[in-house]
Design a binder for this molecule. Structure first.
Ligand code: C2E
Ligand code: MG
Ligand code: MG
Length: 448
């Protein structure tokens, strides 16, 4: 960084605008190019294009092969990108595995897409790591001036938004910032405002779905599920607003409100019942998560041994080390961890070995087919056998009918939840349900 007031020589200017590893320009170089171009084009009104490329799954490369290998690949990527830049274009390295392009002679989305496809193909050829080869893909997002923005920052925001949407579609995806993306972005912003207001007005609620012992249907706990019924927007599904809060960076605030309510409700239940609460993926990369959770349940007074946190494998993927640390910190104080939606997403058996969980929740996709579809039955059987060997408890999710429940009992699954046993219900409905069952439970306990 330049000292304030220190004179800048051409050599030092060169250094502050260059990426040391690849020799490409850096973000400053890109800013300078784009600002100059925008100045020119304001006089001579013609579009130009900027782009961002981000490698898919680069982090594990550093992890698996070491930093040197990672640096080597980044240098090769830089070399390849530079070799296919059209006339007058610039490529820079923006950050870790992100590269930027300034394309003065690309005037529209169609041509941006054509170039993007070429860059994507060039990057998908194998990389040589001295004997080993590695394959990578990249996602690309583009923005055309002046539609997508008139300043460097506005253009970068648009290209970032396009890249982000591309990444959400999967690996090797390309998107150019368009009216549709702009509209979607605006809708998301409106939803964000409504959600922030609803949080402040205490309108976000948690409902509770019973988790039962399959052998006799006795309730052993409840899963808390977030609910938002907006006066204007109507019912907004939790995966929509949870994802939005994650994207817009206020999931912490939302999750805190939800956990507080859920824990307070759990305090009204018999001590033997536990609360299962879903952690969001953003919370598994945040080092303050375990402290925050503990301080919330302490304030409410809930015994950590009555809390179970549900996480998904996909959520652990972005920073496995941090996720492990958070899980360990939580388990030390007696909080249990369950792996939600098991069998879908980025499942890996290795994770069951390397991470310490307490439970696995078999996804509804297998449970719903268990009486109709032999492969689903075999998969559930295999999960049960494996978890038995690993000392993990198993919950079957999404049990909708008697036959499914019977089949699961036959296969030896101990726990379950689903509409067959109870839909998610308000805290007071859950309490009424427990009260109506209490005498029966007491009788059962006396018999035991
Ligand atoms: P999940 O954690 O896997 O929750 C189970 C979902 O399946 C819930 O959907 C539940 O209502 C639904 N479900 C339960 N039994 C049945 C059944 O028998 N049949 C069918 N068809 N569906 C059943 P919901 O409430 O819409 O929640 C969707 C997802 O949103 C959750 O999936 C969870 O990932 C997320 N979510 C919900 N509440 C929270 C929360 O408080 N925090 C976080 N981070 N995520 C939440
Ligand atoms: Mg769940
Ligand atoms: Mg689930």
């Amino acid at each position: 960084m330049r000292e304030f007031g220190a004179p800048q020589t051409p050599a030092s200017l060169e250094m502050t605008h260059t990426d040391a590893l690849t020799g490409l320009g850096n973000r400053r170089r890109m800013r300078e190019k784009v600002e100059n171009l925008a100045d020119e084009r304001a006089v001579d009104p013609a579009p130009f294009t900027i782009g961002i490329a981000n490698l898919d799954g680069f982090k594990p490369i550093n992890h698996l092969f070491g930093r040197d290998a990672g640096d080597n690949i980044l240098s090769q990527v830089a070399h390849r990108l530079r070799a296919c830049m059209p006339n007058g274009a610039t490529v820079v390295r923006l950050d870790n595995d992100g590269f930027g392009f300034v394309l003065p002679l690309i005037f529209d989305a169609r041509n941006a897409e054509r170039l993007a496809r070429m860059l994507k193909d060039v990057l998908s050829a194998p990389f040589d790591l001295g004997g080993r080869t590695v394959r990578l893909t990249a996602c690309l997002g583009f923005a055309v001036y002046p539609f997508a923005g008139e300043t460097f920052d506005a253009l970068m925001d648009s290209a970032d938004t396009a890249l982000y949407r591309a990444k959400r579609r999967g690996r090797g995806q390309i998107l150019v910032y368009s009216k549709e993306i702009a509209d979607e972005f605006r809708r998301a912003t409106e939803l964000e405002q409504a959600l922030r207001r609803a949080i402040m007005a205490d309108e976000i609620d948690t409902h509770f779905q019973p988790i039962v012992r399959l052998a006799d249907g006795a309730i052993v706990g409840f899963e808390a599920l977030a609910r938002w019924n907006d006066p204007d927007l109507g019912f907004v599904p939790p995966n929509v607003f949870i994802t939005l809060a994650e994207e817009r960076g206020f999931i912490d605030m939302l999750s805190e409100v939800l956990l507080k309510k859920a824990a307070a409700a759990a305090m009204q239940w018999p001590d033997a019942l536990y609360l299962s609460f879903n952690l969001s993926s953003a919370q598994l990369v945040d080092p303050t998560t375990s402290v925050n959770i503990l301080s919330i349940i302490n304030r409410v007074g809930l015994n950590p041994r009555r809390l179970e946190l549900e996480i998904t494998e996909t959520a652990m993927m972005s920073d496995p080390e941090m996720a492990q640390r958070i899980i360990d910190d939580l388990r030390v104080v007696g909080i249990r961890i369950s792996l939600d939606d098991f069998g879908t997403g980025q499942s890996s058996l290795g994770r069951l070995r390397d991470f310490s969980f307490d439970k696995v929740k078999v996804d509804r996709a297998f449970v719903s087919e268990i009486t109709r579809d032999r492969p689903s039955e075999h998969i559930v059987k295999a999960i049960l056998a494996m978890c038995d060997g690993l000392d993990l408890h198993v919950i079957a999710e999404g049990i909708e009918g008697r036959e499914q429940a019977a089949k699961l009992v036959e296969l030896g699954c101990a726990l379950g939840q689903g509409y067959h046993y109870g839909r998610p219900m308000t805290a007071s409905a859950a309490l009424r349900l427990l009260e109506s069952l209490a005498p029966e439970d007491q009788q059962r306990e006396q018999r035991a």
